[in-house]
Design a protein around this ligand. Structure first.
Ligand SMILES: Cc1cc2nc3c(=O)[nH]c(=O)nc-3n(C[C@H](O)[C@H](O)[C@H](O)COP(=O)(O)OP(=O)(O)OC[C@H]3O[C@@H](n4cnc5c(N)ncnc54)[C@H](O)[C@@H]3O)c2cc1C
Length: 468
């Protein structure tokens, strides 16, 4: 059993011998700060926060944790939305914020070797300085760390064109829960030598081991981008517009948000509304200007959508500043809704099933929960929707949570029926743990647990996350 109580004095002294007192914190403010991620509803109770500087520090920690039966919670930028970096039961939180160096740039391989605490935006800027591009991008870029992105296989706003974090990881250095150091794939493009353990680590939410180094691929920057916002009259039109634009233009993003979302975000940011009339939903579309005809093609496609009745209004950003403001209308939704303590869901279906999913879910929520204000947004071009429910005024926290669980029943039943996923990109962590079997089979989960026990024989790695 992993440790469930505060550290004994002798264990604390052993931690100090690895980390020294300035890299092993036990004061209440640090425990509170580092013990949780963006999910605010868990009562956290870590026993210490440690800050490794090297892979060897991590190996020593794992050895100590195995002998003392101590739970370890890997921690990045703590922007996770699944409770994956929350320590609830006296675990030691392992923060990578001091392992944040860019170690090596290899121009020929077009790769960059980094420590896990490198912030996503720092890597993006590093790539830009080299005339290259790191394309995984999302609103938490300024705080989330590459270790956390790898552990959650982060997606974001450019998946449509560039794929997920997984697609950019050339190699990993990992310390397993057994204390072994693995060098996975060594940066190779081609490597047909059995199971690719790198891909087991990516998305494993800190349950198998620690990422202590990664080699990340870069690509060429896109040509100039055009950003437009379109207003659509109903949910049924959304994917018709997507099909039309995708057929005609090189899209780099296709994002969706509802009018409720727009009202909240404009009130929070004081940004102007993008269109002169209110619409039921909005699409933010980003197109790469690959040649001189792109702009005319955008207008033609827009007009075709208006002609078909799928779009009622639209605006094209006329400057970089306006393009950034358009993006903020989409990307600041999480922050703008955060004071309302929303109950979040992040779900996916295949793109072809999105219209059916939207129709079924919208009807079910309106019928069963007419008093709930639902904020819809998401990466709809990937079949990924975020559904946030705002707590009605006057409803107690417990009552709200109970009713949201009822919403989950309805929502997950639809997702199961459409063979989707109850977590598209935020992970399972604590939030979706008890519902994992909704969209993964018992056989799959049994194999996952067997894999975990090989990597982490004593169950010290992020205990209670993904499965109990
Ligand atoms: C405003 C906002 C917008 C967001 N938008 C998106 C989005 O569009 N797409 C998306 O995918 N996510 C999004 N997220 C969620 C979040 O940013 C991602 O999950 C991100 O990858 C988490 O990175 P982090 O460094 O903050 O990790 P943390 O929250 O610190 O940790 C996440 C998980 O990774 C594990 N972990 C951290 N570091 C390591 C390591 N070195 N080794 C092993 N395990 C480790 C933790 O134990 C935990 O399970 C958003 C979050 C916010 C707040």
């Amino acid at each position: 059993m992993i440790r469930m109580a505060l550290l004994s004095e002798s264990t604390l002294q052993k931690l100090y011998s690895i980390f020294s007192k300035d890299r092993c914190l036990i004061d209440p403010a640090s425990l509170e700060h580092y013990g949780r991620d963006w999910t605010k509803h868990f009562k956290t109770d870590p026993s210490a926060i440690v800050f490794p500087m090297t892979t060897d520090d991590v190996v020593s920690l794992v050895k100590l944790a195995r002998s003392e039966k101590l739970g370890l919670v890997p921690s990045g930028g703590r922007t996770g939305l699944s409770g994956g970096a929350c320590a609830l039961n006296g675990e030691v939180v392992v923060s990578f914020e001091k392992m944040n160096r860019v170690l090596e740039y290899n121009e020929m391989d077009r790769t960059v070797r980094i420590e896990p605490g490198v912030v996503t935006e720092t890597l993006q800027n590093f790539a830009k300085d080299k005339g290259a591009y790191y394309p995984v991008d999302f609103a938490a870029r300024g705080s989330s760390q590459m270790g956390g992105n790898i552990a959650t296989n982060a997606g974001g706003v450019k998946v449509l064109r560039y794929g997920l974090t997984r697609d950019w990881i050339a190699s990993l250095k990992v310390v397993t829960g057994a204390g072994d150091v693995l060098e996975l794939n060594k940066g190779l493009v081609k490597n047909a030598t059995g199971l690719d353990l790198r891909h087991l680590m990516i998305g494993s939410e800190g349950t198998l081991g620690f990422v202590t180094e990664a080699t990340v691929r870069l690509t060429s920057p896109p040509k100039p981008l055009t950003v437009l916002i379109l207003g659509v009259p109903d949910l049924a039109s959304v994917m018709k517009v997507f099909a039309q634009f995708r057929a005609k233009l090189p899209l780099t993003a296709f994002e969706f948000f509802s009018d409720v979302a727009l009202k909240i975000v404009t009130s929070h940011t004081h940004l102007p509304k993008p269109l002169s009339q209110d619409c039921e939903s909005y699409l933010l579309i980003e197109v790469e200007n690959t040649d001189d005809s792109t702009e005319a093609e955008i207008l033609e496609t827009f007009e075709a959508c208006v002609g078909a009745g799928w779009v009622t209004d639209g605006a094209i950003a006329s400057s970089d500043a306006q393009a950034r403001d358009f993006w903020r209308l989409r990307e600041d939704i999480s922050e703008a809704t955060s004071p309302f303590k929303p109950y979040k869901n992040d779900v996916s279906v295949t793109v072809s099933k999105v219209p059916e999913f939207l129709a079924l879910t919208d009807a079910a929520l309106k019928k069963g929960y007419p008093d709930f204000q639902v904020v819809w947004f998401g990466h709809i071009g990937d079949g990924n929707m975020h559904i946030n429910i705002l707590k009605p005024e006057g409803l107690g926290d417990d009552q709200f949570l109970k009713r949201c669980k009822g919403v989950n029943e309805v929502l997950f039943e639809i997702i199961e029926r459409l063979e989707g996923s109850i977590s598209a990109e935020h992970g399972v962590g604590l939030v979706k743990r008890d519902d994992l079997l909704r969209t993964r089979s018992l056989e799959e989960v049994t194999l996952m647990k067997a894999v975990k026990s090989m990597f982490d024989p004593d169950g010290i790695m992020n205990p209670g996350k993904i499965f109990s």
